[in-house]
Design a binder for this molecule. Sequence first.
Ligand code: SAH
Length: 360
Amino acid sequence: MNNRDCITGKSLSRNDLIELLSLENPEEIEQLRKNAENILLSERGNQVYFRGLIEFSNICRNDCYYCGIRKSNNKVKRYSLSEKQVVDAALWCAKQGYGSIVLQSGERNDSEFVDTVERLVYVIKEKTVSAQLPDGLGITLCVGEHTFETYKRFFAAGAHRYLLRIETSSEDLFSRLHPQTQKIQSRIDCLKYLKEIGYFVGTGVMIGMPGQTIESLADDILFFKKTGVDMIGMGPYIPHSDTPLGEKEPSGYNNLLLSLKMIAVTRLVLKDINIAATTALQALKHNGRELGLRFGANVVMPQLTPKEVRKEYMLYDGKPCTEESRDDCSVCLKKRILSTGRIISLNNWGDRVRMGNDQP
Ligand code: SAH
């Protein structure tokens, strides 16, 4: 397939995706970038949406081999923010005009945790209704695998988006990245529940993990399509030295470039969805997030986690922005976005508009 043809509307085959993800020639990569950017601009315009990120707890029952806050990493000081800390961060976000927040944490499924999340959503919704935001802040949850009933409770409390990364759609690779007790099928089931309930559903993968292939990444994009997602949050895999995977050989890929190509190709396939330029891109290059936007992303997630605990939410080594305050992050990110020629959309949830047949 000709790279120049990929915006003609024909549906891309698996081989096309592999070919595009394999591009190495800088001119061809620039063409791919432009094609993705053009699709974004025509489908969604040049607005960038903010999702203020609050990492409210790093306590986790899972033991993913790549993740810095895995249960077995006993070097991590565990924390949970108080309700007041989370609500204050949300109110600050609303005041900035960010429009939406993401509440993220390690995975727990005990009733105390479920009650806490439900209450946080309810209280934040209640306190953020204003003339600018008549329905309050848009709330995305990113708190892992739960039962259908629990997801329903969170939805009833007012969360309308949910982010659950599949991490990889390859069953074989998934099983090499997680203990036996964590199953890919359980994550797939959760994505189904979330859609059925009516959430805007997001997923995503890590890019450039040991043992991952270009073919497998192409399959990930086909998985996003099959799942009918509204949002994607994905970024480069970055080793964490206190994890089992951190000791393994790197994949040999240029994970930044591969991540940018993944963003662009995902944009070509799923034209009107929201795609985040994730923080991990910036861990690999100072302007990584701007590059993400230029390759077809349209969402950024400014850090709102209180500075005192940011260092305890180290998913990978060298996670950026752990020394900055939320005010620093706000100023810095605005500059970064404007440098790409895009505009910032304030006081707006910024959801994708669903068409008739993709209603849950
Ligand atoms: N417990 C929640 C949130 C997990 S942390 C959930 O499972 O949904 C958010 C994401 O960080 C993970 O989904 C994973 O994709 C990413 N992450 C973890 N370790 C990483 C690493 N070493 N490099 C890059 N991303 C990582």
